[in-house]
Each structure stands twice: as structure tokens, then as C-alpha cells.
Design a protein around this ligand. Structure first.
Ligand code: PRX
Length: 646
């Protein structure tokens, strides 16, 4: 099936913003003259003070800098709201669809302006100033977008924490960026179940003495404890401030937000994005990748707690004056037709979701899809993990009725926006491939020693030049930024992904080559899960690896050594799974826990994860070289134990 090619259809070649000839020309130009190319693209942004310098980048670890449009100034909320008011004040900016299908809201650009200004005024009244960090721990409600844009309006730096994270994870993120303000809700609502966000916040804040103010947005109306002097009812405060707020002039390289993401080692990294380049890049890619046209209804099903929500629910679409749909719920509530019903309800033209959702919905067959119309759909997008050809074809055939190109977009929290992706009018599609680099993007494949691989090859994916949406640093740890991304292959950006390039120059991302696990498109570090496990007093040591999973893409397999005297029972395995869910996140919950008296280690004490991975995958016939193991007998024992568990 990997050889299937779906050529650009004549109607797409005709109607698209960028056709094949234009792609070829523009790509060549973007590589030959990146400054000229990105100077032109940045014209789509309203600058307060125009920039004179486009790009100043060096990825040499000893002489390092990444700066785009550095002497320009702007305000992101003005670009996403105010500048549209003259022509679009009554156009819908956000359609909000609640978890319960009977609940929805429509927010015009004028209303968005007023709400964002109110939010900004409330923040200012609480003493928030330019450069301050504000933690946002909200469910998928319009107030999440208002809060983000309000920070941008006053030059504050938001750090959105996904509402599925535990109190401990929230506390770590608050402490790391030193925010004194947290915005949360009484409760979240997903799939008919409530999420105790205020309670989680209270628990987190027992570890965060520096937080002086908590703004609580009422979502369900549940009674939650409010701490005197610290907690404020957001709507009460908002009712007392005017719906106008002077935007703050911000430098292109001033920070816009921090977003924590998992790496292969240590605690999550605070990925820092700045203002001018990021906005330019996400607005541009939102338009060209999705072939967005004024009037289109656009729906990205991600959560604002992830980068996809930042770039392609909030900033990119709103900068383009688009109508963006925000969905509070889940794909299978109240029924597995929910996505398609929402598409019909709002006449969605562009739909962007994750392979894991597609794979889960495939299980229920075609009928729940086919009973809906979906006639409004024009384009289908995919993001977050490799999409297997079977899921791709189902998406294309069943959801899109063989009419809509499937646009598989590869990118990362670090990249800010899409880097490798088809363009619907320019790129013949191959199911399972993210296809070709976007403008200015220079992918390369290297082997383990850093040798460049030419032509059709498989290797590690690196990038050779910067793009405006690139992250600028790891918050508070610039050395870690340079070490993580630019030192493995000196002077090149290492993505952490493995990749194959075929004879047509198409890229096929194969998944992470480091110790990062991608569970249902959610990124987790094995080290984080291991440290959550060893926090449990019964656990002596833990090693976590990924194994392939039909729906989630990858699942978590944990090898656990217990402290002396602890019996290895199924009940304890369940207890440890719940422990991880509670201390880290339900997403990180191990699917399998294998108790073992010892782990395979080299004589120098390093765990041989390669072997653990193979055992978890059930591929034990060829374990490779085990001669460096301190005790090779451990391996046979583990294989036996794994048989009984699977
Ligand atoms: O392994 C790649 C995978 O997700 C990683 C980035 O995760 P995160 O920073 O959470 O961002 C997700 C949303 C952009 C990548 O290193 N990934 C993302 N998109 C794709 C993908 N793998 C294959 N194909 C994709 N389209």
C-alpha cells in the first residue's frame, strides 16, 4: 500500500493557492534567498515598528543565536483581533461546541476583542506586567483563548498546562517558570465527566508559595473552596472592568509563551517561543497548508494545552481572521458520530485531527460516519504521530468520501508550526508520508555518526536552517537547549525523529529515536514515567519503554523492581498504574507492568533499553549483542516473565 500515489486532482490544481509549479519555484527561491522569502511573508503581519533585519541565525554551539525580525515591534492580539474589526467585526471568530451537544457559543471578532480586553484588564489589575509569566490551567472553553490573547495583549508570557495533567505536574511547571498567577476553572467537563481543576490547583499550590493570585473561571458552577486573599472569581472581576485595553508594544524577539514538553532526559523542558517570527510562521502555514480561504470554517480538534492548539486553534487561524471551532468534548461522546455531527452542524470545511482518533473511530466501522453528510468538508489534516497507511486510507475514503486530500503535517512543539507537509494543490499524496518540506525547510538524513545520507535512505532527521517559528530557548536553561538540539550533530537541529526518504524525495517519519514515547499523539519522556514510579515507596527501580499499540500508536511498558519484601501481585501492578496516572497524568499510565528481580545492565550499570524494547515488542529471536551485560541470565528470565504477562 505504501506505493499508492494519489495525484493532485484537477479541481485542486485549479483552485489551490499554491500549485505544483508555484511550489517548485517558491521552494527554490526560499532556499536560495531565505531572507528575501521571509521578508515578503512577514508583510502579512501588522508591525508597529517595521523590522529592518530579517534573520540573524547561527547554530554553531560556540556562537549561537536565533533571531528573526529582531528590530520590529508588534502586538499579537492586535494582529489576531483589532486589525480585523474594520471589516470583520461581526464575523465569527470562535464557534465553541460544548461537551454536551446542547451547549454552544458563537463569538464574533468584536466580542473576542471585548472579552480579551476585559481579561487583559483583570490581569493588569492583579499586577501582571510585561514579561511576567502566567500559568493557564483551563479546559477547552473560550476563556482559554481569551486568557492567552490577553497575556499577549499586555506582553505577559503564558504557560498553558494541559488540563489532563496532575497537581504535581502543574506544580512543577508553575515553579519552573516562576509564575505568580494561575488561571483555572472550577471544573472541566469531558465525555460527560467532570475534571476537578480547582481542586488540582489547590493541591499543586501547596508546593508553590510564590503564587499570589488564582483566577477561577466558572465552567460547571460546582461549589469549590476559594481561598481568601488569593482566589478570585474571574467573571465577577471581569464585570467590573471595561472592554477596551491599550495593547502593549512588544519586540519581535520578546517571549510570547512557554510550553512544557517532554524530552528524553530529566524534567519537561519549557519550550520558549517569541513573538514576531512565531506569529508570521503560524499564520502563513495555516493559510498555505490548509489552503484556507476567507469564510472557511476551520476545525482543529487538538487541546489548547498542546502546541497544536496554540498554533492552529488560536494564533494561526485568528491572525488570518478565520472562524476557528473549539471543541470541549471527546470523539466518542455522546456517540462515536460526534466528530461528524459537529462537522455537519457548523458546515466545517477544513478538519484537522490526530491519527489516534481516526484509529479509534475505525473500530466502530463506517456506519457512524456514513450516516452523516460531511458534504461541507474540503480538506482533512493529520498531526501528532505517524499515520499508518490503513488509517490514512480510511480517513480519505470513509470520512472524506475520496474527495478531500489528507494532509499529514509533521512538526513539533519546538518547531512552532508545520515543517513537512503536502500542499493540497501541489503535492501528490502517498498514504503514510508527510511528503515534502515546506518553504525554507531543509531536511537532511544522517546516520548515527552524523554522516549525511543521500537519495533514498533511512536515518535520523535533522534540519539545516532556521525558520521564523523555531523555539528560541529552553526557559531558564539555554545550555540545555543548545545541548539537546544542536550538539548531537554539531550545528544542525536534531529533531529526535527517525525518517525514511524514498526515491521521489518524500519523507516518511518513522517515530522517535530517543527515549520519548508518543502515546495517542501525546509526548512523554520515559525518564518522567520512571521517576513517577520510583516515587512510590514500594518501587526500587523502574525502566520504561514503548511498544506498538493498535490505537494509541505506542503504549507504555514498565519493568519494575520492587523493594525487598514487596509481593509482586496484580493488585500492586494496578496500584502502580493508578499512582502514575495520579502523579504524572492519566496519559502516562503504563499499559503493562512487568515485575522483575533485576534489569539487564551493562557492567558499568547502564540499563540496556534496546533489549527491554525488543522484549516488550515480543521480538526476542534476535536480541543482538548481549555480551556486555553484567548478568546475561537476566534476559532469559525476563523473556519468560514477559510470556506470562502478555
Ligand atoms: O515524533 C514526531 C511526532 O510528534 C513529535 C512532536 O510531538 P509534539 O512536540 O508533542 O508535537 C505534536 C504536534 C505537532 C515529533 O517529534 N509527530 C508529530 N507529527 C507527526 C509526527 N510523526 C509523524 N508524522 C507526523 N505528522
Amino acid at each position: 500500500m505504501q506505493d499508492t500515489v494519489l495525484p493532485v486532482t484537477p479541481d485542486w490544481a485549479e483552485r489551490a493557492l499554491i500549485d505544483r509549479a508555484a511550489y517548485d519555484d517558491m521552494y527554490a527561491q526560499s532556499i536560495a534567498d531565505p531572507e528575501g522569502f521571509w521578508r515578503d511573508v512577514a508583510k502579512r503581519i501588522d508591525w508597529i515598528k517595521p523590522f529592518t533585519k530579517v534573520k540573524d541565525v547561527s547554530w554553531d554551539p560556540d556562537d549561537f543565536r536565533i533571531r528573526w525580525y529582531e528590530d520590529g515591534t508588534l502586538n499579537v492580539s492586535v494582529n489576531c483581533i483589532d486589525r480585523h474589526l474594520a471589516r470583520h467585526s461581526h464575523h465569527v471568530a470562535i464557534y465553541w461546541e460544548g461537551d454536551d451537544p446542547r451547549e454552544s457559543r458563537t463569538i464574533t471578532y468584536q466580542e473576542l476583542h471585548d472579552e480579551v480586553c476585559r481579561f487583559a484588564n483583570v490581569l493588569t489589575m492583579q499586577g501582571v506586567k510585561k514579561g511576567d509569566r502566567v500559568t493557564i490551567y483551563l479546559p477547552m472553553i473560550p476563556e482559554a483563548a481569551y486568557a492567552m490573547l490577553a497575556c499577549a495583549r499586555i506582553g505577559a508570557v503564558h504557560s498553558v498546562v494541559f488540563a489532563g495533567f496532575s497537581p504535581d505536574s502543574l506544580a512543577n511547571r508553575i515553579q519552573d517558570c516562576g509564575s505568580e498567577i494561575v488561571i483555572t476553572a472550577d471544573q472541566g467537563l469531558r465525555g460527560g465527566k467532570t475534571v476537578p481543576l480547582k481542586l488540582n490547583t489547590d493541591l499543586a499550590l501547596t508546593q508553590c508559595p510564590n503564587v499570589r493570585r488564582v483566577l477561577v473561571v466558572k465552567r460547571t458552577g460546582a461549589k469549590v473552596p476559594m481561598q481568601d486573599g488569593r482566589d478570585i472569581d474571574y467573571f465577577e472581576a471581569a464585570a467590573k472592568v471595561p472592554p477596551v485595553c491599550q495593547p502593549v508594544e512588544v519586540g519581535a524577539e520578546d517571549p510570547l509563551f512557554i510550553l512544557y514538553t517532554s524530552g528524553s532526559t530529566g524534567k519537561p523542558k519549557g519550550v520558549l517561543h517569541t513573538t514576531g517570527g512565531y506569529l508570521t510562521f503560524v499564520a502563513y502555514t495555516h493559510e498555505i497548508v490548509f489552503d484556507y480561504r476567507p469564510g472557511d470554517i476551520y476545525w482543529c480538534t487538538a487541546d489548547v494545552g498542546w502546541v497544536t492548539g496554540h498554533s492552529y486553534i488560536v494564533y494561526g487561524p485568528l491572525a488570518n481572521a478565520a472562524t476557528t471551532l473549539m471543541f470541549e468534548g471527546v470523539p466518542n461522546y455522546p456517540s462515536v458520530s460526534r466528530f461528524w455531527e459537529v462537522i455537519d452542524k457548523y458546515k466545517v470545511n477544513i478538519f484537522y485531527t490526530a491519527p489516534t482518533a481516526i484509529r479509534a473511530l475505525m473500530r466502530d466501522g463506517e456506519e457512524p460516519v456514513k450516516k452523516t453528510s460531511r458534504a461541507s468538508l474540503r480538506l482533512l489534516g493529520s498531526v501528532g504521530e505517524p499515520i499508518n497507511p490503513e488509517a490514512w486510507m480510511w480517513y480519505w475514503r470513509v470520512v472524506g468520501d475520496e474527495r478531500c486530500p489528507v494532509i499529514d503535517t509533521w512538526w513539533q512543539t519546538e518547531t512552532g508550526g508545520i515543517l513537512i507537509s503536502p500542499l493540497p494543490g501541489a503535492t501528490d499524496l502517498k498514504p503514510g508520508s508527510a511528503t515534502k518540506p515546506l518553504f525554507g525547510v531543509r531536511p537532511e538524513l544522517v546516520d548515527a555518526d552524523g554522516k549525511t545520507l543521500e537519495g533514498a535512505a533511512s536515518g535520523n532527521l535533522v534540519l539545516l536552517d532556521s525558520w521564523p517559528g523555531q523555539m528560541r530557548t529552553v526557559y531558564g536553561d539555554h545550555a540545555r537547549f543548545i545541548n539537546t538540539y544542536f550538539s548531537t550533530y554539531r550545528g544542525k537541529y536534531f529533531t529526535g525523529d527517525g525518517c525514511r526518504r524514498d526515491e521521489d524525495g518524500y519523507y516518511w517519519i518513522t517515530g522517535r529515536v530517543d527515549d520519548v514515547i508518543n502515546v495517542s499523539g501525546h509526548r512523554l519522556g520515559t525518564a518522567e514515567i520512571e521517576s513517577a514510579l520510583v516515587e512510590n515507596l514500594k518501587v526500587a527501580e523502574a525502566a520504561v519503554v514503548a511498544y506498538p499499540h493498535d490505537i494509541k500508536g505506542q503504549a507504555v511498558y514498565a519493568y519494575v523492581t520492587l523493594k525487598a519484601g514487596q509481593p509482586a501481585t496484580p493488585a500492586l501492578a494496578d496500584e502502580l498504574k493508578a499512582f502514575v496516572a495520579q502523579h504524572l497524568s492519566p496519559i502516562a499510565k503504563p499499559d503493562v507492568i512487568l515485575f522483575t528481580p533485576s534489569l539487564p545492565k551493562t557492567r558499568s550499570g547502564k540499563i540496556m533499553r534496546r533489549i527491554l524494547r525488543k522484549i516488550a515488542e515480543g521480538e526476542t529471536s534476535n536480541l543482538g549483542d548481549t555480551s556486555t551485560l553484567a548478568d546475561p541470565a537476566v534476559v532469559g528470565d525476563l523473556i519468560e516473565r514477559a510470556k506470562h504477562i502478555g
